[in-house]
Design a protein around this ligand. Structure first.
Ligand code: HEC
Length: 213
């Protein structure tokens, strides 16, 4: 065996202890300095700090003003009744706009697109999605509520508006798909659907009552 083999092996064995020793040191040593950061990923990037100059813009400012008309989240000057369905602390009992047949027609159209797949065309909770889920019997499906039964049938219009905006329990939110006015239109249509199920012969105009069977 050549003479250099043993010293080399001893040296290698000693060097092999260095990485674990560094790991141990890193784990127990406390320091206010940041760790050595070899792979930067995107942790540190060039950027402009507040109030710095930037020659790229004509006015020389790095900080830009928001584009005209921008509204930051939570900064919308909201009409609480219109945007949240709230009056004071409670849910609104009245609509924030005039009811009209156009609003109802719009509401019907939006309802049939966004709600009927689950709640069904008449709101009984028997939409095609619900029926298919019943067929599959997977045991995970929460059936869509009937809008004609408690509690939905006695909810304030503001509560219904909030249900559409934010969802409720297992029902997803539709606030991002439906504009504020359209959500109110759907609420108006829900009310019309509910009313239609509680109609009595007295609701039929007197001259048409003869045609009832
Ligand atoms: C993906 C299926 C689905 C769609 C689409 C859907 N819902 Fe629902 N909805 C549900 C389910 C499920 C419940 C019952 C939630 C629960 O009890 O966990 C529910 C409950 C409700 C309730 C009763 C809430 C209460 O006060 O207890 C109302 C009102 C309602 N939905 C209205 C709507 C309207 C209006 C739309 C259309 C904008 C809509 N839903 C779209 C599934 C859906």
């Amino acid at each position: 065996m050549p003479r250099w083999v043993v010293p080399s092996l001893v040296l290698l064995a000693t060097l092999a202890l260095v990485p674990p020793a560094l790991v141990v040191k890193a784990r127990v040593h406390r320091s206010a300095q940041p760790r050595v950061h070899i792979v930067q990923d995107m942790d540190n990037q060039e950027r402009f700090k507040p109030q710095q100059a930037n020659a790229m813009f004509v006015d020389g400012r790095a900080m830009r003003r928001p584009v005209a008309g921008t509204v930051a989240r939570g900064q919308l000057a909201t009409d609480s009744h219109l945007h949240r369905g709230l009056v004071g602390e409670g849910y609104a009992e009245a609509f924030p706009m005039e009811l009209s047949s156009e609003l109802l027609h719009r509401g019907r159209e939006r309802y049939e697109i966004y709600c009927a797949p689950c709640h069904g065309m008449t709101g009984r909770g028997d939409g095609t999605v619900a029926r298919r889920a019943d067929e599959l019997q997977q045991g995970t499906w929460v059936p869509p509520a009937s809008i004609h039964d408690e509690p939905a049938s006695t909810r304030e219009v503001g509560h219904l508006f909030n249900t559409i905006t934010n969802g409720i329990r297992t029902m997803p939110a539709y606030g991002s798909q439906l504009a504020v006015e359209d959500r109110w239109a759907v609420v108006a249509y829900l009310k019309a659907l509910q009313r239609s199920r509680r109609a009595s012969p007295a609701d039929v105009p007197a001259d048409a009552r003869g045609e009832l069977r």
